[in-house]
Design a protein around this ligand. Structure first.
Ligand SMILES: Cc1cc2nc3c(=O)[nH]c(=O)nc-3n(C[C@H](O)[C@H](O)[C@H](O)COP(=O)(O)OP(=O)(O)OC[C@H]3O[C@@H](n4cnc5c(N)ncnc54)[C@H](O)[C@@H]3O)c2cc1C
Length: 419
């Protein structure tokens, strides 16, 4: 057996540089070979940010881990996300607040560790968010300290203080001088607030997590769809995939919007579509802050890109974008930052958030011994990756978890179905 393993390793190292398809098929053969002889401590279904960060955390605790991914790791919701790390009480469900804030606090260390281990920069930005609220929200008690005057936000983000040509025209028609025009511009956003939030580049983050997981010895089987979790003598025994089967006494479902499709438990996850676009900023430091308004959000990246998002649509497993929606988002961005008027659209895309009936994640053990769920992170999976990997690793290694995970229990939906 060991000779066969050495043969496949020799084969991998003797492939000419650049022949990536051959390398991949030999790597897949090596994993399949391993499947016949190797048991893992844990199988993680799904290689998004949740599955990858949990695999790293489990590996740190000494477990051997296999991630089984239907496509390529990190190409679904985690690739589509904007990367705002929002834990603000007005936007975070109350039951999630404690985990959200704990995760936001973990981010600097989480990101730093991944950057150091992978050599991939994840663009964690600390500049904060300017939030523009609709009048119905402005009475929230938590808002007072964060309120900005028009002059404040003009100083913080000068590009927002400028007027669109149409707005300028309208105000000039009313005979206002430049100072009055600037005040009027401020008055257009009477309820504006500064939040001390961070943002991260989710694509870079996921790439960093994948590289770190591999470097730490996590095995990855890509292009391999799990069709069922296998149960033997009343407890988990591994998974069946479209190619083979893998053995492990613990399995965790991190399959995002697709989590409910894997037998035997039909978790009630559903896809919630989000369309976004990316603009090339006309000048490098045009925006410093994330800007969030009821219509649109803008997320600047350090390389000069500005992401504009996002729709929230019930559209099934449909990842197409449509021109009208993308143009509507672009127009909303221009109305906040007029200098984006001629900014080139670099890319548009759609992704599928893993939604749940109560908009809370599904975290913890199921009724089948050895089978766990870490899914349903809806709009917050990038934010919640650090805390999810910590609490799930604690639950799965039975080392005690200080957070109350009852609100997220798989059992809450239906004792017969999801638990
Ligand atoms: C437009 C948009 C904007 C967003 N913005 C933010 C944001 O600003 N901040 C934030 O915190 N969150 C944001 N999110 C949410 C965030 O992206 C998700 O909550 C998070 O990525 C979920 O991660 P995941 O690993 O659970 O899912 P995914 O990244 O979808 O990964 C699941 C993986 O499982 C694989 N899989 C599925 N079925 C199987 C199977 N049967 N066998 C094997 N593998 C399988 C899939 O191929 C996929 O790779 C946004 C999402 C979208 C779509």
């Amino acid at each position: 057996m060991r000779h066969a393993q050495k043969r496949s390793q020799r084969a991998l190292s003797s492939v000419p540089a650049g022949d990536e398809a051959l390398v991949e098929s030999l790597a897949a053969a090596a994993v399949l070979y391993n499947a016949q002889v190797k048991n893992w401590d844990v199988i993680v279904i799904g290689g998004g940010i949740i599955g990858l960060s949990l695999s790293i955390e489990l590996r740190k605790r000494g477990a051997t881990v296999l991630v089984v991914e239907r496509g390529e790791p990190g190409r679904e919701a985690s690739h589509a996300a904007g990367g705002m790390l929002v834990d603000w009480p007005l936007e975070t469900p109350a039951a999630l607040q404690q985990l959200a804030t704990a995760s936001a606090r973990m981010y600097p260390e989480f990101a730093h560790e991944l950057e150091v281990e992978s050599d991939v920069k994840v663009d964690l930005r600390e500049q904060g968010t300017i939030l523009l609220l609709s009048p119905k929200h402005i009475r929230h008690p938590g808002l007072g300290a964060a309120a900005l005057s028009p002059a404040d936000w003009g100083d913080l983000e000068p590009a927002m203080a400028k007027l669109t040509l149409d707005q300028e025209f309208d105000l000039k028609q009313n005979g206002l001088d430049p100072e009055e025009i600037a005040m009027a511009r401020g008055a257009m956003h009477p309820a504006s607030f500064y939040l001390k939030e961070r943002s991260v580049d989710p694509r870079a983050l996921t790439a960093a997590a994948l590289k770190t997981a591999k470097r730490r010895g996590v095995d990855i089987s890509s292009g391999d769809e799990v069709t069922a979790v296998n149960v033997s003598d009343g407890r988990v025994a591994g998974v069946t995939t479209t190619k083979t089967s893998f053995h492990a006494p613990r399995v965790v479902n991190c399959a995002g919007a697709w989590s409910g499709q894997i037998a035997p438990h039909a978790f009630p996850t559903r896809p919630v579509k989000g369309q976004m676009l990316c603009l090339a900023s006309p000048s490098h430091n045009l925006l410093k802050h994330v800007i969030r308004s009821p219509e649109v959000y803008l997320i600047p990246r350090s390389d000069g890109r500005i992401l504009v998002g996002a729709t929230v649509e019930e559209a099934g497993f449909d990842k197409r974008t449509d021109v009208e929606t993308i143009q509507r988002l672009r127009r909303a961005a221009v109305s906040l930052v007029p200098e984006l008027r001629n900014a080139k659209i670099l890319e548009d895309w759609a992704g599928l958030r893993p939604g749940t009936p109560d908009a809370l994640p599904i975290l913890g053990a199921t009724a089948t011994p050895g089978y766990y769920a870490a899914t349903g992170h809806f709009r917050d999976g990038i934010l919640l990756a650090p805390i999810t990997s910590q609490v799930m690793a604690e639950v799965m290694t039975e080392t005690g978890c200080k957070h109350d995970l009852k609100p997220f229990s798989p059992a809450r939906f239906s004792r017969n179905q999801a638990a």
